[in-house]
Design a binder for this molecule. Structure first.
Ligand code: 5GP
Ligand code: ZN
Length: 117
């Protein structure tokens, strides 16, 4: 299930280049173009769902898959022990700009607090 006008569907299909760090049958992970931390990876289900709640409602196993992929990537990147942050931006107030569910993996340095600007 893909959506023709979706940036991340195009990245998964290889139509737009990305730096791929991890792949499974159901998940795809690549480096964020504008990293907000020393390590900033986006983990997405290959199937198109708009946000985390859409994914949880309609394909909950994929929520497990992207979370487990995040854990493996943290190990690969050497930040499993130092710690990392997993974030789902959901909707306008959170700054979601791409409406294909994506889990941000941030780490590799001490992260700041989050919430209000
Ligand atoms: P959101 O703000 O929707 O939670 O996150 C979207 C993320 O996608 C942003 O962090 C942004 O930097 C990243 N992004 C936007 N366009 C591209 C792109 O073409 N390639 C990659 N690798 N990341 C992108
Ligand atoms: Zn998509």
């Amino acid at each position: 299930m893909t959506q023709s006008d979706c940036l991340f569907c195009k990245i998964i299909a290889g139509e737009i280049p990305s730096t791929v760090v991890h792949e499974t049958d159901t998940t795809f992970a690549f480096r964020d173009l504008h990293p907000q931390a020393a390590t900033h990876v986006l983990i997405v289900p290959r199937a198109h769902y708009t946000d985390a709640v859409d994914l949880a409602k309609n394909a909950p196993a994929l929520l497990d898959d992207i979370t487990l992929a995040a854990g493996e990537i943290a190990g690969q990147e050497g930040i499993a022990e130092s710690g990392y942050r997993l974030v789902f931006n959901t909707g306008a107030d959170a700054g979601q700009t791409v409406f294909h569910t994506h889990l941000h993996l941030l780490g590799g340095e001490q992260l700041g607090h989050f919430g209000r600007p």
